[in-house]
Design a binder for this molecule. Structure first.
Ligand SMILES: NC(=O)c1ccc[n+]([C@@H]2O[C@H](COP(=O)([O-])OP(=O)(O)OC[C@H]3O[C@@H](n4cnc5c(N)ncnc54)[C@H](O)[C@@H]3O)[C@@H](O)[C@H]2O)c1
Length: 267
């Protein structure tokens, strides 16, 4: 089935804004939803404010949609009450709304934090069982199971993206492994909108030389990332070195001013 009418939750957020710009004008309808105010700016866009915690409102929100890209939620660690309300109830409400509306597929923004307690010398796949590193990561692991319930029981195709670090460019050593470029993020979502799957969990990561994740499941679905964090390795090492020097000396951030490499510092 070709998706023509697409709902994006969390559309006002960082990833939602990237997607909105890339998908504008390409579908019959792009329904953009968030809890914060937004304005339609392109042909085919429709603004639909909604609190994901409101089950009845989410049910209305999903009406008439072919596909949902579920980005809405809290993307950082916080207390249980907000996690339960937004990430747990919000995701259940979304899938239940999708079921009532007969939605064909849901792309769920999971997170690498669903598997954050694996040591970084382990190579993981989308089949690696969750080892959440936080309440936040636990809500994402839960979301992956909600996706499985609605995929296998109710026939909603579900692609869960364990997103790494979706940034303009990697800005620390960890991100050399976890970076997902904006363009590769869009490429992965495009795969989610078109590929044939029932329930899949893949990593949202570019083709990084230092990746901790074997993303062959995503490649099988047709994902072809074109970016590699390694291009930024020297820049990142310089940032890391400066932070290390600033920590070592009483002068803090003034100390590393002239040094761009470890060799320069050590003389
Ligand atoms: N950015 C990343 O690198 C990254 C990494 C891993 C996972 N993710 C996941 O991707 C998704 C998008 O991330 P982001 O970086 O764009 O985050 P973001 O905070 O910029 O966007 C999330 C959006 O969800 C909305 N939202 C929050 N509570 C809501 C509610 N109750 N009802 C409706 N909308 C609500 C917010 O207003 C916000 O616009 C999140 O689910 C996040 O957990 C992102």
């Amino acid at each position: 089935m070709t998706s023509k009418r697409i709902l994006i939750t969390g559309a006002a957020g960082r990833l939602g804004t990237i997607l909105r710009q890339s998908l504008a004008g390409r579908f019959e309808l792009l329904r953009l939803s968030d809890i914060v105010p937004m304005t339609a700016t392109a042909e085919g866009e429709q603004i639909a404010p909604c609190d994901l915690a409101d089950a009845a409102a989410v049910r209305d929100l999903c009406e008439g949609m072919d596909a949902v890209i579920h980005l809405g939620g809290i993307p950082y660690e916080t207390g249980w009450s907000e996690m339960l309300r937004t990430n747990i109830a919000g995701t259940v409400n979304l899938y239940e709304g999708a079921r009532h509306a007969g939605v064909d597929r849901v792309i769920f923004a999971s997170s690498n934090h669903a598997t954050g307690m694996y040591p970084n010398d382990r190579t993981l796949t989308g089949g690696s069982p969750p080892r959440p590193d936080s309440r936040y990561g636990l809500t994402k692991a839960f979301g992956e199971d909600v996706a499985a319930l609605y995929a296998y029981k109710h026939g909603i195709r579900s692609l869960c993206l364990r997103i790494g670090s979706c940034l303009p460019k990697p800005d620390n050593r960890r991100a050399l492994s976890t970076w997902l470029s904006h363009k590769d993020f869009v490429r992965l979502v495009e795969v989610g909108l078109t590929a044939d799957y029932v329930h899949e969990i893949v990593y949202g990561v570019s083709r990084n030389t230092r990746s901790w994740w074997d993303n062959s499941a995503a490649y099988r679905l047709g994902y072809e990332p074109l970016d590699n964090a390694e291009v930024y390795a020297a820049e990142v090492e310089s940032i890391e070195l400066k932070a290390e020097l600033a920590r070592l000396y009483q002068g803090g951030n003034f100390v590393p001013e002239e040094f761009t490499s470890r060799r320069e510092w050590l003389g």
